[in-house]
Design a protein around this ligand. Sequence first.
Ligand code: NAD
Length: 316
Amino acid sequence: MSGQVLVTGGAGFIGSHISEAYLANGWEVVVLDDLSRGHEKNVPAGARMVRADIRSPEARELLATGKFDVLNHHAAQIDVRVSVDNPALDADINLVGFVNLLDGAGAGGVRRVIFASSGGVIYGDPEVVPTPETSPKGPISPYGVSKLSGEYYLRALGALRGFEGIAMRYANVFGPRQDPKSEAGVVSIFVSRLLAGQKLTVFGDGRQTRDYVFVKDVARANVLASTVAVPPGGELDAPAFNIATSVQRNVLELADTVGKVMGKKVETEFAPPRAGELLRSSLDIGKAKRVLGWSPSHAFDDGLRELVAWFKEEAR
Ligand SMILES: NC(=O)c1ccc[n+]([C@@H]2O[C@H](COP(=O)([O-])OP(=O)(O)OC[C@H]3O[C@@H](n4cnc5c(N)ncnc54)[C@H](O)[C@@H]3O)[C@@H](O)[C@H]2O)c1
């Protein structure tokens, strides 16, 4: 089953891969992006690009009149530190902008809205790792609050305006097109620094763990989530899926693996731990396996090789 989808943030890292995956599955794709961080060259051939801010009347109008089956929402302010320094800006883009789109989706009869949430921030410092969807929520940054609040808006406006909502709670996504300047992209940062012959900076003792999922696996999960029967129940967690690997990898292991895959000697320098950083983070993906029929198909090293190849191609 396919249809017409609007991918916001489709000129960015994850959204461009999602746009490609929809096209490969026979969907008609329109990308909406203001190019504040994304690049037009990331938008796949075959997708139509509309340059607009998600907070604008044009964005609402596009959804109200565009006859879309699905809104796949990946445009966002993505930097936790920006959200701490400027929480009003974060809320303006991640909440006011999202609500503007939801209002348009309701007016346009959109059937389903898929929202990029974050399993790395909404559970706070979780007791259970890998963390299941039903774990207590406790975001500690304005960015985390905007992601969790976005899920509540999705549920409330979906019920009021008659569309289905699905929240995708990602772990650390990595792969080609991730901006090494972005805070979340530690894998990209390590690869680009090694290519430039620079040392890798490790915050704290380097034993903090993360769960790294390859972007093409994330894209496939989004296509599956576009047509799966929405799990019943009015609870916030019912239509939410952790998208991750359930495998924990610490920063020192990460640095080592990146060095091995690239055939480079790794030199590390240690910096003080960053305030508020979680010690352990990994998500339970049992529900995505059961309900979406999804599990990650890229081994970490294979994803890393694709990322390195992309960096080399970009540098030519
Ligand atoms: N990268 C990760 O590990 C990760 C983890 C959890 C959640 N997410 C979420 O996934 C989504 C995509 O993240 P990404 O890593 O691909 O980031 P990205 O910055 O590469 O992509 C975001 C895109 O949104 C666009 N955008 C930003 N503000 C906009 C606005 N006001 N109007 C229109 N377009 C706007 C940018 O130009 C960019 O192309 C975000 O919602 C992010 O919060 C990412």
